[in-house]
Design a protein around this ligand. Sequence first.
Ligand SMILES: CCCCC/C=C\C/C=C\C/C=C\C/C=C\CCCC(=O)SCCNC(=O)CCNC(=O)[C@H](O)C(C)(C)COP(=O)(O)OP(=O)(O)OC[C@H]1O[C@@H](n2cnc3c(N)ncnc32)[C@H](O)[C@@H]1OP(=O)(O)O
Length: 248
Amino acid sequence: MARMLRRLRKGFQSLTSFSAATIQPNLSASESSRSEVALLSFFSPKPRDFSLPNSSWGSEMMRLYDHYNSQCEAETEGGQTQGSPWQRLPSYNRSLKYAPGGVYLSKIVQSKARLFTRNIREPGAAFEYALFVNKGEKKCVCIFQAGWLLEGPPGHVHGGAIATMIDTVTGTHATFLSGPIMTANLNIAYRSPIPLGSTVLIESSLDTQEGRKTFISCKVMSTDGSKLHTEATVLFVSINVSHLVRGG
Ligand SMILES: CCCCC/C=C\C/C=C\C/C=C\C/C=C\CCCC(=O)SCCNC(=O)CCNC(=O)[C@H](O)C(C)(C)COP(=O)(O)OP(=O)(O)OC[C@H]1O[C@@H](n2cnc3c(N)ncnc32)[C@H](O)[C@@H]1OP(=O)(O)O
């Protein structure tokens, strides 16, 4: 138990860096990035990155993915990264897999557990999204395509699914900024419904960091920026990993 705790703590300590090794190299063409998903074989020790394009992504998702991805750090031949404030964040079906050795650890610790947003196998059925973080501006952008299993009001996205995405985007952003955190408070104002199947932009920006508290604001908007769908403010509190192991 103590050994597992030490390994977990070490893993989570490295989360803030989201090291270049965990960031996929810049992919310019839609087709090549789609085929990369297919190439991740069952035999690869690398976990599947769910934020890479798949066949369910519509033209707006692909356009925005290419737009943000083209602004991301590109790896040079020497394995160095070129200076760009943008990084695409990988997304696995268990947060534990972010930590070094986490792929193996995730097979031991509650091996059936899966990240809520990444637990439906059928591409396009539920949460399709990719996150890009801007280190300089301390902001994060997510492109999100809402699938048919997320219906709330007929033809529109369920408010709980929207809240889930806001928590996911701001929670990932807060982890990037402050290390291991938990959501303490989430305030949401739903301004206009999101059509099912549509693609929207979710923008997260840091308000303040005060001791253990990280305050973040978030907006969900149409991709042309003309319509505000949802806005939120979120408080995250930094935790020790032992908080999770003890069960809170
Ligand atoms: C979860 C770990 C994340 C790891 C991520 C790993 C990889 C990241 C990469 C990708 C991640 C992928 C997906 C991420 C997706 C989503 C992230 C979502 C995270 C969640 O979805 S997580 C589930 C819901 N979440 C809970 O299940 C929390 C239950 N809760 C507690 O576990 C405790 O309650 C806790 C820890 C919050 C605080 O407890 P505590 O004992 O450590 O600290 P304490 O109470 O002393 O508060 C310290 C200061 O915060 C102020 N404060 C506290 N709570 C407040 C509130 N509600 N409103 C206003 N202020 C509040 C106090 O007033 C004090 O302020 P002051 O210092 O000024 O007095």
